[in-house]
Design a protein around this ligand. Structure first.
Ligand SMILES: [Zn+2]
Length: 398
């Protein structure tokens, strides 16, 4: 099945180094992007007219807390992943399945956390939920783990590890060994930062710990929910090199400080996004869109920069092959446009104003999993639509 998307008004690449490109059509085949602006000799079975709207990568929520598939006990909700898909999220990374009912944070053992990651990877982490690529089975690191535990995790296909309950202030040598063991197995390491979380037992973490731990991603540096001090935040931005995550659960004031400083230093490549939900902050289907609008409407990023942070940057920091629209990449993308009544004639202008976009289509691996109308955003003023064409030349210029 080959699908042509044509009459694209704006094309957001997801690549922070070149976040927009003058692409007007897109050819998809076998789940991947075959060609940008294909020539007139190409054919397609389906043609989708973007009606001058925007194409952007599917959003990558770098910080979610799944438990069992579409069910989360956290806010007694079901169907949350499908609802997030309609808010534009096509990939999610678990920051730990710590809301599993009955989990005793004060008595976690190496075998328990390893088993929990294995089981989650083999159940929730194995399936596509509503089409979303959910990377679940993230191990919650605890003291006393041996290399054999990390071998088990690698065999299970676990790709992510998290320091949250680990007493980092006391376990420097062991924690550094864990980071090394993870890197040897291509497991990305994330660490909770800031004050105590809803669990009441997460460890406080600021610059002094981050400087020696050197994780792959420092989670919610502007709070999740409580941020580190302004001084620690600035030192973390100025004196370290790893990825820095901003979440919906954070402190908007600290987010503003962090994003402005990263922009000043020309280091937006380090910035990643997540919602840190489901959790005490709630279940937020439009959370990633709201993050983009906040970065662009308030924090001074261009719309294309904010989109690249929410897509290519976040995917790269977590070792994922999605988030950038280029030939050979998975065809995970959105078609969106300003909502009627919104400021701006283009998606970039409306996002720059801080306005929520309207989504008409969500594609995952070349399949339209939202086809014509998102149930979570208002409709775009000029929605994309499928044309009644079975086989056509596909230069996109007719
Ligand atoms: Zn979290």
């Amino acid at each position: 099945m080959r699908t042509l998307v044509r009459t694209i008004g704006e094309f957001f690449t997801g690549d922070i180094a070149a976040p927009m490109a003058p692409v007007r059509s897109l050819l998809i085949e076998d789940g991947i992007i075959r060609t940008l602006d294909p020539g007139s000799g190409e054919t397609a079975e389906r043609v989708l007219d973007a009606a001058g709207g925007a194409v952007l990568p599917g959003l990558v929520d770098g910080h979610v807390h799944p438990v069992f598939g579409e069910w989360t006990p956290t806010q007694d909700a079901i169907g949350w992943i499908g609802n997030y898909l309609h808010g534009g999220t096509t990939t999610m990374v678990s920051a730990g399945e710590l809301h599993t009912p009955g989990l005793d944070y004060a008595n976690l053992t190496p075998d328990l956390v390893t088993s929990l990651a294995e089981v989650t990877r083999a159940t929730t982490g194995r399936m596509r939920w509503s089409g979303v690529k959910l990377h679940a089975g993230t191990v919650l690191l605890v003291p006393g783990m041996g290399e054999a535990h990390f071998d088990r995790l690698a065999r299970a296909g676990v790709g992510h590890a998290k320091f949250i309950f680990y007493p980092l202030a006391r376990g420097k040598d062991e924690a550094q060994r864990y980071v090394r063991w993870c890197r040897e197995r291509r497991i990305r390491v994330k660490v909770h930062t800031g004050g105590v979380s809803r669990s009441g037992l997460s460890q406080v973490c600021g610059y002094d710990i981050l400087a020696w731990l050197d994780p792959d991603v420092a989670a919610h540096v502007s709070g999740g929910p409580i941020p580190m001090s302004d001084r620690d935040l600035m030192r973390t931005i100025e004196e370290t090199r790893f990825a820095l995550e901003i979440c919906s659960s954070g402190n908007d004031r600290s987010t503003l400080l962090a994003v402005r400083r990263l922009k000043e230093l020309n280091r937006l490549d380090r910035l990643t996004l997540g919602t840190d939900t489901p959790g005490g902050t709630g279940v937020i289907p439009r959370g990633m869109l709201r993050n983009i609008c906040y970065l662009a409407g308030v924090c001074g990023l261009g719309a294309a920069e904010a989109i690249a942070v929410a897509t290519g940057n976040t995917a790269r920091a977590h070792g994922l092959d999605v988030g950038v629209l280029r030939p050979g990449a998975p065809a995970d993308f959105l078609i969106a446009a300003p909502v009627e009544g919104s400021a701006g004639a283009t998606l970039g202008e409306s996002i720059g104003h801080g306005d929520l976009p309207g989504i008409s289509h969500v594609f995952v691996d070349g399949v339209a999993v939202v086809d014509g109308r998102s149930r979570q955003t208002p409709p775009p003023a000029t929605p994309g639509r499928t044309l009644d064409v079975m086989l056509t030349g596909c230069c996109g210029c007719d």
